[in-house]
Design a protein around this ligand. Structure first.
Ligand code: ZN
Length: 141
């Protein structure tokens, strides 16, 4: 288990939940100017999701921690990202991976009655490289 502090976000929600998980996947950047990243290679991606909200469900959850992990991990782990429908016609760069995870998570959160909001997706691709994706406008405030 790893513990790390992530950049904090300004928001007015009463509850903020953070979930760490990782998955292993291969990818390549399908472009001539991507250098060695053009070749298929693998990473262990470390992800941190930040979710905010004011209303809890009947279990006292903003959202179930394990559901959040399952949502992404089960679809990406031990896959070649380029072959997944989420990355059809897209380059699976760290930036796009972070944005795609945001979209998957927020789509799922939108189905919940208590309407939590994904505030930040942090994706570490290598020991020295990470990307943060934040939505420009929050769905619910
Ligand atoms: Zn890579």
């Amino acid at each position: 288990m790893f513990q790390q502090h992530y950049p904090s976000i300004n928001h007015n929600y009463q509850f903020e939940l953070n979930k760490d998980f990782n998955f292993s996947a291969a990818h390549y950047i399908p472009s001539d100017d991507a250098g060695k990243c053009m070749r298929t290679h693998g990473h262990t991606y470390f992800v941190n999701l930040t979710i905010g909200g004011d209303v809890l469900d009947h279990n006292g959850f903003l959202v179930n921690f394990s559901e959040l992990k399952k949502l992404v991990h089960d679809q990406f782990d031990h896959h070649l990202l380029n072959e997944l429908p989420q990355f059809k016609d897209k380059s699976p760069s760290t930036e796009i991976v972070a944005q795609t995870i945001y979209e998957m998570v927020q789509t799922s959160l939108n189905e919940r009655a208590n309407q939590p909001q994904c505030l930040q997706v942090y994706v570490r691709e290598t020991p020295t490289s990470y990307v943060i994706f934040r939505p420009k406008e929050l769905n619910h405030e």
